[in-house]
Structures are given as C-alpha cells and as structure tokens.
Design a protein around this ligand. Structure first.
Ligand SMILES: Nc1ncnc2c1ncn2[C@@H]1O[C@H](COP(=O)(O)OP(=O)(O)O)[C@@H](O)[C@H]1O
Ligand SMILES: [Mg+2]
Length: 239
C-alpha cells in the first residue's frame, strides 16, 4: 500500500535544524495494523503526516498505492487524500460551528453524491459509532469520547483504504479509549489499513507491527515488551 525509500524530514527555522526523520525505508501492506511509538519529539507526527500526504519529505521517495507521489502537485495530493485516506487526531479537530451531522457530511461533499445519498451514508456511520442520537448537537455540547466518535465517523464515512490516527486515545479516559480501540480494531478486521501513533503499551498491543522512532531512525519490534528489553539500559531523548 505504501513504501518509503530513504525518506528524510528536516525542519529548518532561523537558527536551528531538526532532523525528525533520517533516511527511513519501510513498507506497509494493505490490511496491516501498525502502531508507531517512541518518546515525544521523535518524529511520530512527522512520519504520519508524510504517510497521509499532509507534509512533504525533505528527501527520499514515497510510493502511495504504487505511485511515486513526492513530485505531485498539491491538487493531485488533495485528490488522493480525499478518496483514500481518513484522519483521526488527538484533538478531534471538529468544526465547532457545524453540527455533528454536518461535520461528517463535509467528508462527502467533494464526491458526486446527492443530498439523499449523503444523508443515508452519514446516518448509517453515525449509527455505527453510536452517536446518531446526537446528530443535531454541536461538538462543544458533547463529551470527549463522543467527539472522538464523531471524528471517527468523519474519517470513515467515505470508506477510505487507509486510516491514520495520531494518538486517538490521548485525550480520552481509559473507558472511552477502550471503546475507540475496539472500533479501530473492528475496522481493521474488516480490511481497512490502519496506522496509529500511541503512547499506550496496551493500545499498541492491538497492532500487528510496532515501529519505534528515536533520533530520526526507526526500529521494528514485535511487541512493546521487546522494546522495553531492547532499550532497558538506554536513556530516551528527542524532543
Ligand atoms: N513545523 C515544524 N517546524 C520546526 N520543527 C518542527 C516542526 N514540526 C515538528 N518539528 C520538530 O521535529 C521533531 C519531531 O516532531 P514530531 O514529529 O511532532 O514528534 P512527535 O509526534 O514524536 O512528538 C521535534 O523536534 C519537533 O520540535
Ligand atoms: Mg506528535
């Protein structure tokens, strides 16, 4: 589904240069559930943004569905994003001025669908995530867990092949976090490829692969336990 060939990401500000990703090569196949871990400031969001075509790599080649996309225009990238990728963020990123229904419908507006078709899809997905009864509410009128369910519905409504989630349970209590994880797991079981950044050992254990980022480099581990064993004598840094 996607492939990195020596991808680097360097941020340059007036007086400092940060190498967030240093020549990372990897491949993620369709249907996988991948967790990304590592200390804060080690490039987790950066790598997810590149996966999701939201940020350009500084160098290297990125293949998305077999297309080398590094040289694509913003318009081409936007088209790929809209039809293939759903995003879930820690802060939910809902639009406060729109209702639950309208927030989710937004993800369908670029498609050639009638109002009735959109209504059917939006109501179905709101029902699936258990928030249909709040469809006329505004985000600020909902709990954190409810808002994240709306954000998940928005990510799913266009049936993307790939879901990217950046600390999706980071702002939720453990019960709500569990619900969100169960939803993501079910989604992956039904065939959607899932890449999730998490700080939770337990939530990482839902994944089939764990990628660990440190100092711009990536290591792959089979379990969180392996990470702990491999790193027990080392000091974690980044930031
Ligand atoms: N837009 C930016 N401009 C400058 N530096 C950035 C920018 N975004 C991220 N960084 C830096 O890149 C490094 C990796 O950041 P990030 O990918 O957000 O890490 P994580 O998600 O693992 O906390 C950090 O040192 C961060 O300060
Ligand atoms: Mg981050």
């Amino acid at each position: 589904m996607l492939k990195f060939d020596k991808i680097s990401k360097v941020y340059r500000t007036e007086d400092i240069e940060t190498t967030a990703l240093n020549e990372i090569s990897l491949e993620i196949k369709e249907g996988e559930f991948v967790a990304i871990m590592g200390p804060s400031g080690c490039g987790k969001s950066s790598i997810l943004n590149i996966f999701g075509l939201l940020g350009n790599p500084s160098s290297g080649k990125y293949y998305f569905l077999d297309h080398e996309v590094s040289s694509y225009s913003e318009k081409q990238l936007a088209n790929i994003r809209k039809s293939n990728i759903g995003y879930i963020f820690q802060e939910f990123n809902l639009i406060d001025e729109l209702t639950v229904y309208e927030n989710v419908e937004l993800a369908l507006l670029y498609q050639n669908k009638s109002k009735n078709q959109r209504q059917e899809l939006v109501k179905k997905i709101l029902e699936d995530v258990g928030i249909l009864h709040r469809m006329n509410h505004y985000p600020k009128q909902l709990s954190g867990g409810q808002q994240q369910r709306v954000a998940i519905a928005r990510a799913l409504v266009a049936k993307p092949k790939l879901i990217l989630a950046d600390e999706p349970t980071g702002n939720l209590d453990s019960e709500m976090g569990q619900e969100v994880m169960d939803m993501l797991k079910a989604l992956n079981k039904s065939g959607t490829t899932l890449i999730m950044v998490t700080h939770s050992d337990y939530h990482a254990s839902y994944a089939n692969r764990i990628l660990y980022l440190l100092d711009g480099k990536m290591q792959e581990y089979g379990s969180q336990n392996e990470i702990v064993q491999a790193r027990k004598n080392e000091v974690e840094v980044c930031s």
